[in-house]
Ligand binder design. Structure first.
Ligand code: X2X
Length: 359
């Protein structure tokens, strides 16, 4: 008996010595962070940046692994929120677009041309995130049962097509455009006279290859360039019609399992990931601020000038003037009016005020 007790004690001591600190605190050996697009996207790189910062600062106690390409949701991007909430996923760096079917407030930044007509669209986005409307969005996400940790950015979504340049709604007539499975996208493209086709991102590249659609819309730096969109579409329309912010969130139980110090650590790392992610998304399209930040971090990507890059690859880039954008804005007024009611007039008004304050 004594021998058995002694060996148990030895065994337990070995176990304690071998465990990383995290395991002692009841932490998981690995937390799974989900991302919809592939590993080369700006979005997945932002997630990797966050995970490695957390690992370094927690001295290995918190080990987050990034799972790109919608693999944790078998490609069904609009079910991600439910999987995070029920604990199948621990963390997610998620697009508002993919969660908007469950959280109607997240359609705010998908109101067509709502930010595009602002004098500085990036300032407008930052003002929403930092303002009253941003707080209202965070409250609406947390009210649905997940913990918000921080913001990031997929980027302003620009249109790429295979059949000719797009300068006005007329040019879009009858074109088949791949969109995400969120109703406001279908309605916006129908209003513009196009023929929207709902397709998961996991199937979209094959769809482009096979010519199932004539175009698609996604952010330039984060998605279109890493995907080499010029292999499928030769026309780029810079219309900034809406923006796709990202929400870094955790399953509530997972979050509650962290010590208050580690919760602070995670929030601080998220703030840095937000700056990094925004710089990746805005590089070459802002006043030079993004380049400076990426230089400081020693993380300047190979493509610094997205417009030159697209042109070098044979794309014809149409950069719409404020007047061109105004035509699209007017043409999509019914969609904004209808969706403002669904989103909540109070939230839309708060966003208008936040944006007006930085004009
Ligand atoms: O599906 C898309 O277009 C993507 C990758 O941008 C999102 O997940 C919203």
């Amino acid at each position: 008996m004594k021998k058995i007790v002694a060996s148990c004690i030895v065994f337990l001591c070995c176990l304690l010595l071998a465990s990383p600190q995290g395991a002692l605190a009841g932490y998981k050996a690995e937390y799974r962070l989900s991302v919809v697009p592939g590993p080369s996207s700006g979005w997945a790189q932002t997630a990797e940046f966050f995970a490695s910062l957390v690992k370094e600062r927690s001295k290995g106690r918190i080990n987050i692994k990034v799972y790109p390409s919608a693999q944790l949701m078998a490609g069904k991007q609009t079910s991600e929120f439910l999987l995070l909430r029920n604990g199948s996923i621990d963390f997610s760096l998620a697009s508002t677009i993919n969660w908007s079917p469950q959280i109607k407030e997240l359609n705010l930044t998908a109101l067509p041309f709502f930010l595009a007509v602002e004098p500085d669209r990036y300032k407008a986005m930052d003002a929403i995130m930092a303002g009253k409307s941003g707080k209202m969005i965070i409250e609406s996400v947390e009210a649905k049962g997940v913990k918000f940790i921080g913001w990031a950015e997929n980027g302003f979504r620009e249109l790429t097509t295979s059949k000719g340049p797009i300068m006005s709604p007329n040019d879009l007539k009858g074109l088949k455009i791949r969109v995400v499975g969120s109703p406001i996208f279908i309605e916006t493209f129908r209003e513009l006279g196009a023929n929207p086709v709902n397709m998961n991102w996991s199937e979209a590249t094959t769809g482009f290859q096979q010519g199932l659609v004539d175009g698609q819309e996604n952010p330039t730096n984060g998605i279109n360039i890493p995907l080499k969109i010029w292999d499928f579409h030769k026309f780029h329309c810079d219309w900034h019609y809406l923006i796709d912010p990202l929400l870094l969130c955790a399953n509530s139980k997972v979050w509650d399992g962290f010590s208050p110090e580690d919760q602070k650590l995670l929030t601080a790392c998220a703030l840095e990931a937000e700056k990094f992610g925004k710089a990746l998304s805005r590089l070459g399209m802002d006043n030079g601020e993004s380049l400076r930040l990426l230089q400081q971090l020693d993380k300047v990507p190979a493509v610094r000038d997205p417009y030159a890059c697209m042109q070098e690859h044979g794309m014809k880039v149409s950069r719409l003037s404020a007047d061109n954008i105004r035509v699209f804005y007017n043409a999509t007024a019914p969609v904004r009016e209808k969706w403002a009611k669904t989103i909540g007039e109070e939230l839309v008004k708060a966003a208008q005020e936040d944006m007006a304050a930085v004009r």
